[in-house]
Design a protein around this ligand. Structure first.
Ligand code: FAD
Length: 264
């Protein structure tokens, strides 16, 4: 079985050497950064492998998944088994430890075959895992990143019915109550929310401070008061679950703030 965990990290380790060889052969300065269009042999091999994986395992199920509005469970498991749900996440949290370019190659190759599966992988990796990696405490990383790489998908909850591009206008609030915060509000068009095990929720903890009150909270799927509506009936990428998520007195402890208070 192919696994990014086994082959992926090699790309980072060998990053410098192929750049120098490629640069010399093309008369580029060895000091100049490598053009993004010039892939190393490992990256080319990786691209081919993901292309093959997508053609052999995902392509036969695309129509069924679009019709059923959900990504096949076997495909979701295959993505975890092959290290594609923790592409940039370090190995200590069960991730593949690759770089962002590898992440892009994987998403491009999945998109060729099924953009819904690509959206699932992309949003999980670049919006959820990367925030945990950049902002998480050691406890949060150990608790959530490991599961995000091996067990469940994550959702990033920012957009609301009355705030899209103007994200600072969000109305979801988080009211302090003892050592907890109580979240109330609704989010719209939240990818992966049909299956996610953990949600990153942008809520305003102090509306009097305007956008400086917006804080990012972590909530697990089974937290009382957190409900997910049925997926929207979209024109395309229908297998990617895009749902409303409601928070009705969702209580989370203060330790569930991701990053700093007011910097959500
Ligand atoms: C399939 C899908 C999946 C999504 N997944 C997620 C998710 O996982 N998490 C999440 O939080 N959100 C998600 N979203 C929501 C997405 O982030 C929003 O759609 C996006 O932020 C735009 O907001 P909007 O749709 O309300 O459009 P609007 O903000 O209403 O914008 C409509 C149009 O007006 C333009 N516009 C807006 N403001 C201005 C301005 N000031 N000047 C000029 N032009 C302007 C925009 O460019 C756009 O063309 C998803 C959306 C879709 C369709």
């Amino acid at each position: 079985m192919f696994s990014l965990r086994r082959v992926g990290c090699k790309i980072l380790e060998q990053w410098r050497a192929p750049v120098v060889v490629a640069a010399k052969s093309k008369n580029f300065s060895t000091e100049a950064p490598r053009p993004l269009t010039m892939l190393t042999e490992d990256e080319l091999a990786m691209r081919e492998t993901i292309r093959k994986l997508a053609m052999e395992q995902i392509a036969p199920l695309v129509k069924k998944m679009e019709d059923e509005h959900k990504i096949d469970e076997g495909i979701r498991q295959m993505l975890f088994d092959n290290g594609l749900m923790g592409i940039e996440t370090p190995a200590e949290y069960s991730g593949s430890g690759c770089g962002f370019l590898t992440m892009m190659l994987v998403v491009e190759e999945l998109s060729r075959v099924d953009p819904a599966v690509a959206a699932y992988v992309d949003i999980h990796n670049t919006l959820v895992n990367s925030l945990f990696m950049k902002l998480g405490t050691e406890e949060q990383k150990t608790k959530y990143l490991t599961k995000l790489c091996t067990e469940y998908a994550g959702s990033f909850c920012l957009t609301e019915p009355t705030s899209g591009s103007d994200a600072f206008a969000l109305k979801t609030v988080a009211k302090k109550d003892g050592k907890d915060y109580v979240i109330n509000g609704s989010k719209m068009w939240i990818s992966n929310s049909d299956v996610a095990g953990v949600f990153l929720i942008m809520a305003n903890a102090d509306p009097s401070k305007g956008y400086k009150g917006i804080t990012c909270f972590i909530a697990e799927r089974d937290t009382p008061g957190l409900t997910v509506a049925k997926p929207e009936n979209k024109l395309g990428i229908r297998a990617s679950g895009t749902c409303m998520v409601h928070f009705d007195n969702v209580r989370v402890p203060e330790e569930n703030i991701l990053g700093e208070y007011g910097k959500g």
